[in-house]
Design a binder for this molecule. Structure first.
Ligand SMILES: Cc1cc2nc3c(=O)[nH]c(=O)nc-3n(C[C@H](O)[C@H](O)[C@H](O)COP(=O)(O)OP(=O)(O)OC[C@H]3O[C@@H](n4cnc5c(N)ncnc54)[C@H](O)[C@@H]3O)c2cc1C
Length: 422
């Protein structure tokens, strides 16, 4: 079996590593001529960290990310709505990491290159089409070249060419009216020093968390500021690296100064701000067409709520490799993958449309828009718990279930960790 993976992002590279670990031959075709550490921060939840740890990347993640210790919801006045421990402190067997997306991609690329060999990772190969018959799939690239494999996995992101070929006429992703500004700033540590914070509500929200150290005891803080506009506001096609202007975002948060966080100060300290409209697509009724399927954002683009985009792509990757190895036949393996992962990810897409766990902020804002004296007069603890923990169950990172679930490794032999610095 020889698998062609289209896209060398988080999902495609995790797929390559998982297939390789499962003893399946794989080749990756990435459109970018050069793989550079683009993007800002993302979170890897413990379910994804488990998969990457079982792929022998636990130490590499620890060396490149910040193990999140606390998660906190607050209103726009900085009053705490919910605070809970995260990762190992929450009883998971695996940490949660806040990490620069580009660093994670580079780390996965380096691991894939070391394990598969550089000849299996192709840069500057943009998929243009494919054809398939009973014996395999032929991928056609824009450069005129082709590649032949037993199956083709579209891990080519939110503007997936594979998805456009499988679902012609689907059109662009759908905007929900929210604009996100993303940036990294150098700042003093706040709260535990490894806290992830979300303040505000559905219409105006500020999210931040450290993703690394900076000189002088300071930290690199990833932040996302969010504002909702009427959906007929014109917006350019989403591009993960479209620069934005500080003066567009700063006035919205000018008076968000909390005792424990200076939001306008953080915004002002950004080196560069990028903007992105919050988009997703409707879940598909099918992913697989013969020997071709989808994975990651290509399969289930979701609002970046609940920090699950990259994590779900990693879960897809590992489950796909397990099913292909178990079934030993392409179509049966792809079908088994889809049977579990398509409904699981559609549920996350739907939950994120309802604001996911962030709904607790919306509930408090609706009931106490000017702040509160006693939180328990606004919302019972049980309602907060049900919302936050319910989302963990939907997205697959409820601690008890995750800790107890059997491994998705094909072999139980541990994969050696690369030497530090290797
Ligand atoms: C440059 C970039 C920056 C990002 N920054 C952030 C961020 O700051 N925060 C955040 O939450 N999420 C970010 N994301 C999205 C995030 O990485 C994904 O939501 C998540 O990791 C799922 O990964 P994926 O592999 O499915 O998709 P992606 O990470 O988007 O990877 C898709 C890959 O496919 C490649 N590709 C696209 N079309 C073709 C084609 N026709 N042929 C071959 N290859 C193709 C792309 O170049 C890309 O490398 C970013 C994505 C990209 C590409």
């Amino acid at each position: 079996m020889r698998i062609l993976v289209i896209g060398g992002g988080i999902g495609g590279l995790a797929t390559a590593l998982a297939l390789h670990a499962a003893g399946i031959e794989v080749e990756v075709f990435e459109a970018a001529a050069e793989v550079r550490p683009l993007g800002v921060g993302i979170n890897l939840q413990p379910h994804a960290v488990r998969e990457l740890t079982e792929l022998g990347l636990g130490q590499a993640l620890a060396a490149n990310g910040v193990a999140t210790q606390e998660f906190r919801y607050a209103n726009r006045f900085g009053q705490t709505i919910w605070a809970e421990p995260r990762g190992l402190l929450a009883g998971y067997r695996w940490p949660q990491y806040s990490i620069h997306r580009g660093r994670l991609q580079m780390l996965l690329w380096a691991a894939a290159e070391a394990r598969l060999g550089p000849a299996r990772l192709h840069r500057g190969r943009r998929l243009a089409g494919f054809s398939q018959d009973e014996t395999g799939v032929t991928a056609q690239f824009e450069d005129g070249g082709t590649a032949r494999g037993s199956a083709l996995i579209g891990a080519d992101g939110i503007h997936s060419a594979v998805r456009a070929l499988l679902v012609p006429g689907e059109g662009p992703p759908r905007w929900n009216g929210a604009l996100l500004w993303r940036a990294v700033s150098t700042a003093q540590p706040f709260l535990t020093g490894a806290s992830m914070v979300q303040a505000g509500h559905r219409d105006t929200k500020f999210v931040c968390y450290p993703i690394g150290e900076a000189p002088g005891g300071r930290v690199l803080v990833n932040w996302i500021a969010e504002q909702r506009f009427p959906t007929d506001t014109p917006w350019a096609r989403e591009d993960w690296n479209r620069p934005a202007r500080l003066e567009d975002v700063l006035p919205i948060f000018a008076d968000w100064r909390f005792a424990w966080l200076d939001v306008p100060g953080l915004i002002r300290a950004a080196e560069a701000v990028y903007e992105f409209p919050m988009v997703d697509r409707d879940p598909l009724p099918r992913w697989r067409q013969g020997r071709v399927t989808l994975l990651g954002d290509a399969a289930h683009p979701m609002y970046p709520i609940g920090s699950n985009g990259a994590s779900q792509a990693v879960l897809d990757a590992r489950f796909l490799a397990l099913q292909l190895a178990r079934h030993g036949a392409v179509e049966a393996g792809l079908e088994a993958y889809e049977t579990v992962r398509r409904p699981a990810t559609a549920a996350v897409v739907e939950a994120n449309r309802g604001d996911g766990p962030d709904r607790v902020m919306d509930l408090v804002h609706a009931r106490a828009p000017d702040g509160f004296e006693r939180l328990e007069d606004v919302i019972p603890r049980a309602e907060l718990e049900a919302t936050v923990n319910g989302y963990k169950r939907i997205a697959g990172f409820d601690p008890a279930t995750l800790n107890a679930r059997e491994s998705w490794s094909v072999t139980t032999a541990p994969i050696p960790e690369p030497r530090p610095g290797a």
